[in-house]
Design a binder for this molecule. Structure first.
Ligand code: HNI
Length: 147
């Protein structure tokens, strides 16, 4: 289990408080699809996501970004219990959605970049290090049911 200091806990919470899910969620999922176009293959039901403009205007992409960030909100609130909390979601991504877990890491990078664009100089190297430790724990928990 990942151990957290009090400073790390308060840093993660402080970063997360600045994230507006309705604003950042859509940006993150659009970024994933634009930067890593092979991820389109998982979203056959989303309609037209074949150009940058289409992705940025697709309401299903925007909604999905919010769903994923709402799941991340649960991780912020359950930092000591992430593996158990994400067990069913990990299994869903493995067995039903068949998402390659390498994509979790790519998503984590997009999350950090979107947050960096928002926080600017407030995302100091120390804050970023803690934030990335948090996202690494999320990625590990989301990968935990894969074999
Ligand atoms: Ni993910 C559905 C959370 C990474 C592809 N995903 C969900 C749902 C949640 C969720 C919550 C809704 C589940 C439900 O309806 O029961 N996804 C997360 C989290 C991460 C993540 C917390 C990583 C931190 N998902 C990814 C990645 C991909 C992905 C990296 C592919 C690139 N997810 C999907 C797909 C669905 C999905 C596909 C189903 C979408 C739909 O609406 O059909």
């Amino acid at each position: 289990m990942v151990k957290w200091t009090d400073l790390e806990r308060s840093t993660v919470r402080a970063v997360w408080e600045k994230v507006d899910i309705d604003e950042i969620g859509p940006q993150i999922w659009a970024r994933v699809l634009i930067v890593y176009p092979w991820t389109e293959r998982y979203f056959g039901s989303f309609g037209d996501i074949f150009t940058t403009t289409a992705i940025l205007n697709n309401t299903k992409v925007a909604a999905h970004g919010k769903v994923v960030l709402e799941a991340l909100d649960k991780a912020v609130k359950n930092m000591d219990n992430m593996k158990r909390m994400y067990a069913a979601l990990s299994l869903l991504h493995f067995q039903k959605l068949e998402v390659d877990p390498d994509n979790f890491r790519l998503l984590a990078d997009c999350i950090t970049i979107a947050i960096a664009c928002k926080l600017k100089s407030a995302l100091t190297p120390q804050v970023q290090a803690t934030w990335q430790k948090f996202l690494a724990a999320v990625v590990e928990a989301m990968s935990s049911q894969y074999y």
